[in-house]
Design a protein. Structure first.
Length: 249
């Protein structure tokens, strides 16, 4: 086994993770959502539990920051700044929590909230207060420390604001980039050894960038009305998947 491979992973596992990173980044760039959860599902069957959330977080930081960089002119920074403020609050709380909530409770709460946001009565953008944006950043950042992929929840919230497709994808990418960065800081503070996984993470970020570039070009070909339909259905399927996982376990 090559000495750059993480312990307990075979070359075949590493190749699968790199290819999955490209595919899921392309999926998120093209449809706005879904890649992070799919990547987490694949990684959960390969990567040791202790490394799953921090490694996934660093890979997703690379993927989301690439997408935010490529779509930076569409980002709604007034929303992102408030989300970031809430994210810092959520990260500080996560750093001092010593008892983990039951996973089933978190999964069901996230799934129910996603379905409510996507299919519930639509609120006009001006009805979302700064307090609401800060709260969204705090709650989703806190949850992300325990379940890893809160992309569907953040995406459902951004979707609720009624942005056009590029603004939706760009603003979502910026919010998720900052959230994953906070996750890295928290896990680094508690002592996770990112250096042991760095070669694999770099390879997955590079393949993810390629997938993002392809996905953004596919996004140009998706009509706005079809984007909204695909977006809502994809988020809903992911929420239902969370519920299914709870009852299967």
């Amino acid at each position: 086994m090559a000495n750059w491979l993480p312990q307990l992973l075979s070359l075949q596992d590493v190749v699968l993770l790199i290819l999955t990173s490209a595919l899921t980044s392309m999926m998120t760039a093209a449809m706005g959502i879904g890649g992070g959860v799919l990547l987490l599902a694949v990684m959960a069957s390969i990567v040791p539990v202790a490394a799953l959330i921090p490694v996934h977080g660093l890979v997703q930081f690379g993927s989301n920051s690439n997408r935010a960089l490529l779509t930076r002119r569409y980002i709604d920074w007034s929303l992102v700044k408030l989300f970031m403020l809430g994210g810092v609050i959520g990260a500080l709380i996560a750093g001092v929590i010593v008892v983990q909530l039951p996973l089933a409770v978190i999964q069901l709460s996230v799934a129910g909230f996603i379905l409510l946001l996507v299919w519930g009565p639509k609120l006009a953008k001006h009805e979302v207060s700064p307090t609401g944006l800060i709260s969204a950043g705090a709650v989703t950042t806190l949850i992300s420390m325990f379940v890893g992929a809160t992309g569907p929840l953040v995406a459902a919230f951004v979707h609720r604001l009624g942005f056009e497709k590029y603004r939706t994808v760009a603003t979502f990418a910026a919010c998720m980039s900052f959230q994953h960065l906070l996750k890295l800081l928290v896990f680094g503070w508690i002592g996770f050894a990112f250096i042991d996984w760095l070669p694999l993470i770099i390879a997955m970020i590079i393949s993810g960038f390629m997938g993002t570039w392809i996905g953004l070009h596919l996004l140009q070909k998706i009509p706005p009305e079809k984007f909204q339909i695909v977006f809502k259905l994809t988020v809903s399927v992911l929420a239902l998947r969370l519920i299914w996982q709870v009852f299967m376990s």
